[in-house]
Design a protein around this ligand. Structure first.
Ligand SMILES: [Zn+2]
Length: 158
């Protein structure tokens, strides 16, 4: 991830994918109308960066067809691929239908990975079965639990 000395403008990347190539928005975390402001993988509005599909080191070019817009966290996670379809499959695989839910869902998955049990199962074991109370506790605890265990700041926008 070379520091952004990319010449292609973010506007041109959005124009290429969403208005020329007409990439299928179905399953993405972002709508075309928000693609200049929100990460294409997680839908958050932070630190939007231009991300090579085929990395520069592997001959990837500085042109709209080889770039997508991701937040800094997703940029770090993105796969190094030789085929833009794999990048789109990766972005789509993480798609969420509502803004602000991505990192909370990742947090719930991480909780299950760490404790080998879902957060909801643990709540049920504690006798908490009211759905509203479960939502309140998820919003309250998941960001903190995940942050404490793996050092990421998940769930900022649950
Ligand atoms: Zn992101």
């Amino acid at each position: 991830m070379a520091k952004q000395n990319i010449k292609t403008k973010k506007e041109d990347i959005v124009k290429y994918w969403f208005f020329e190539r007409l990439i299928d928005e179905c399953g993405l975390s972002v709508d075309a109308s928000d693609a200049l402001e929100r990460c294409w993988r997680c839908g958050c509005e932070h630190n939007l960066e231009r991300c090579h599909i085929v990395p520069e080191a592997l001959g990837g070019k500085d042109e709209p067809s080889n770039l997508v817009l991701l937040c800094h966290r997703c940029h770090i996670d993105n796969p190094n691929v030789m085929d833009s379809e794999i990048m789109w499959d990766w972005i789509r695989a993480y798609g969420v239908p509502f803004y602000g839910t991505f990192w909370g869902l990742i947090g719930l998955k991480e909780y299950e990975f760490i404790y080998h049990k879902s957060f909801v199962s643990d709540l049920i074991d504690l006798g908490i079965t009211d759905v509203k109370e479960m939502h309140r506790l998820i919003e309250l605890y998941i960001p903190q639990i995940i942050k404490d265990n793996i050092g990421h700041h998940y769930g900022l926008h649950i």
